[in-house]
Design a binder for this molecule. Structure first.
Ligand SMILES: Nc1nc2c(c(=O)[nH]1)N[C@H]1C(S)=C(S)[C@@H](COP(=O)(O)O)O[C@H]1N2
Ligand SMILES: [Mo]
Length: 273
């Protein structure tokens, strides 16, 4: 961390502008396709029918549905998706940056994840999970441009469980102890820490529940190495890399803003991209 994270490199600001533009363009295209469907000439329908199928639907429709899903979900009404890339574009040599709180020599079999949430309208929750519990959730791949506040970025390939699936499965994150797809009752924050508590980050709940936020246990299709955060790390593409905590030992839900390592050094708390 040499540069101030709240003054990211000019290049990533430019990237971000074009990302916004891309998302806007894609959304407009999706609505236009739906609205104009009745006017589409027969030849075009035949072309659509001949397109490769994704989940039983021609890929053009799949893309439209996905885009509308993004727009329609009430909780994520203003969410953005980070651009993704074909897996061949992912770096084979993935940079290592930041080793605070890592346990590179530790046996992954000895690892446990502790999860806590305070008592509010439901009893306090405290559970201990294994890596297999996380692996039992649906696995997702993410190939995206990882950005460090120091000014470098790299296309990387990570796999793991969605944080949103994790909270839904274990009924975490809501004050009433129920997790629904759209809830008014979420705790405001999530805190994550390394097992030794030496590195820690705080996240707003909406970013944590973003569909691209992963509890990642693989990089380039292999279990994480110690320096990349074995056995489980966060990957949160809507934030700068500092928030993607390696080697998660503890997750806490809270209405109080959790402590955040780099915020304590005077940096912006959110570090949103
Ligand atoms: N436990 C822990 N997680 C961490 C860090 C750290 O020092 N310790 N550094 C952060 C920073 S600044 C970055 S850019 C990314 C780098 O992840 P990588 O080493 O897998 O590239 O991890 C983040 N997570
Ligand atoms: Mo970073």
């Amino acid at each position: 961390m040499e540069n101030k994270p709240n003054q990211p490199a000019e290049k990533s600001q430019r990237d971000e502008l074009s990302t916004d533009q891309q998302i806007r363009r894609r959304t407009i295209k999706a609505f236009a396709l739906f609205g104009l469907a009745s006017l589409v000439p027969y030849g075009v329908w035949k072309w659509i029918g001949s397109r490769p199928k994704v989940n039983g639907l021609p890929d053009v429709f799949r893309r439209v549905l996905d885009a509308n899903e993004q727009v329609n979900n009430a909780f994520f009404s203003h969410r953005k998706l980070a651009p993704t890339f074909p897996v061949e574009r992912a770096a084979r040599q993935v940079r290592v940056n930041g080793r605070i709180g890592l346990q590179p020599g530790a046996n992954p079999a000895d690892w446990q994840l502790r999860v806590e949430q305070p008592a509010l309208n439901a009893p306090p929750r405290q559970l201990t999970l294994s890596l297999d519990d996380i692996k039992a959730l649906p696995k997702h791949d993410l190939v995206f441009n990882f950005k460090c506040v120091e000014g470098w970025s790299q296309i990387q390939h990570w796999s793991g469980a969605r944080f949103a699936d994790f909270v839904a499965e274990y009924k975490l994150g809501t004050r009433n102890g129920e997790t629904k797809p759209v809830s008014e009752d979420w705790f405001r924050y999530v805190g994550l820490e390394t097992p030794d508590g030496k590195y820690y980050v705080g996240l707003d709940m909406e970013s944590a529940l973003h569909p691209q936020t992963l509890l990642a246990y693989e990089m380039n299709g292999e279990p994480l190495t110690g320096l990349h955060g074995s056995p489980l790390r966060l990957m949160i593409p809507v934030k700068y890399g500092v928030k993607s905590l390696k080697c998660i030992g503890r997750i806490v839900f809270s209405d109080e803003r959790p402590r955040d390592f780099w915020h304590r050094q005077g940096y912006d708390y959110n570090l949103a991209l």
